[in-house]
Design a protein around this ligand. Structure first.
Ligand code: SAM
Ligand code: SF4
Length: 326
């Protein structure tokens, strides 16, 4: 799958649910969202069917995301189905890790190779405040321990940098990579309908993150760990892990985009933002051929997103990243 800008599309991010057991301040409103109706959500069989169609077209990497993917019952069964599709070489998971201690083993056995875990602070009270769910920190840390025990590799820790809430911990997060073979990635806060005020007032650019890190120690650019994506990676001398920055706002990385997204209700989205999406679910349920729909979505994949800080403009009306899988 090559798009009109010459980008090779080989990666599908699959959102398995729009629901979540947390309410991160930058992602979802406290009261949650209007959840998708059960019947509009793709079944495991339907998701696997879409992967089976896309694999011969060039799909080789899949990531499960959400909402929180682990709140979808028996996710491991879907992982197992997708792992059996010829051509799928890499299966990963983005999770808040709240349920990872319970489910890690079955997911590993089913075929998940690596995990990205969201952790926005190293302080329990802050994680609980940012996620707006008391007790989160200890469950996430236990989830990370289990991920290490199960040898998921690499473990990537995603930190959304929020001015005034966790930006004084940038150095502490980065210094962990000296001893731990993790990849700690700082993500710029993106504006969506549910966080316009926060994203306007609390944005911290990754340029600032990097200049703070360079003031602690030398930082060398490196090729990132497995899973080439939008992050740019660096390493402290002798460190076991790496530090990454993901800069959707200050530096557009769309020229390297290698992915499409499938929402929980079966919309194929060529870009995280914007309003282009193709309804694969209905076509599948009407037993129509979805190949032409996938080809057309690829053909109209935009060159880049046009996000503007503190504004809905360019976001395509997206209320929360949990709706498209982040
Ligand atoms: N629930 C899982 C998690 O939190 O890792 C997976 C879904 S979440 C939508 C995927 C990623 O998007 C997480 O790393 C999260 O921190 C990030 N994210 C959500 N809203 C964001 C925003 N407004 N700006 C930047 N990153 C955001
Ligand atoms: Fe849930 Fe992930 Fe959004 Fe936090 S970022 S509310 S964990 S979907």
């Amino acid at each position: 799958m090559i798009d009109q800008f010459g980008r090779k599309i080989e990666y599908l991010r699959i959102s398995v649910t729009d629901k979540c057991n947390l309410r991160c301040v930058y992602c979802m409103p406290m009261e949650g969202l209007d959840w998708l109706k059960r019947q509009s959500i793709l079944s495991f069989e339907e998701i696997a069917d879409i992967v089976r169609v896309m694999a011969p077209m060039g799909l080789c990497k899949v990531r499960f995301t959400g909402g929180e993917p682990l709140v979808r019952k028996d996710l491991w069964k879907l992982v197992e189905m997708v792992a059996q599709v010829p051509g799928i070489e890499d299966i990963s998971l983005s999770t808040n890790a709240i349920l990872l201690a319970e489910q890690g083993q079955s997911l590993r056995d089913a075929g998940i190779d690596r995990v990205n875990i969201s952790l926005d602070s190293l302080k329990a009270d802050r994680v609980d405040a940012i996620s707006r769910r008391p007790g989160s920190f200890h469950r996430i840390m236990r989830g990370i321990e289990v991920a290490q025990e199960l040898d998921f590799h690499p473990i990537k820790i995603n930190v959304v940098v929020i001015g005034g809430q966790n930006d004084d911990e940038i150095e502490d997060f980065a210094l962990m990579t000296k001893d731990k073979p993790w990849s700690v990635r700082f993500i710029e806060l993106m504006p969506t309908g549910s966080n316009l005020d926060l994203s306007a007032k609390s944005f911290v650019s990754c340029q600032e993150v990097l200049s703070r890190l360079r003031s602690i120690s030398e930082l060398h650019p490196v090729t990132g760990p497995v899973g080439n994506g939008p992050a740019t990676y660096f390493k402290f001398p002798e460190a076991k892990g790496t530090v990454g920055v993901i800069t959707p706002m200050s530096h557009n990385f769309c020229d390297r985009c290698n992915r499409m997204r499938l929402t929980a209700d079966g919309q194929l989205r060529p870009c995280l933002f914007g309003d282009i999406q193709t309804n694969l679910r209905d076509a599948l349920r009407e037993t129509r051929d979805i190949v032409p729909l996938i080809e057309e979505t690829l053909r109209i994949k935009p060159e880049r997103h046009h996000l503007i800080q503190g504004s809905m403009e360019g976001s395509g009306g997206l209320v929360a990243l949990s709706q498209t899988g982040g």
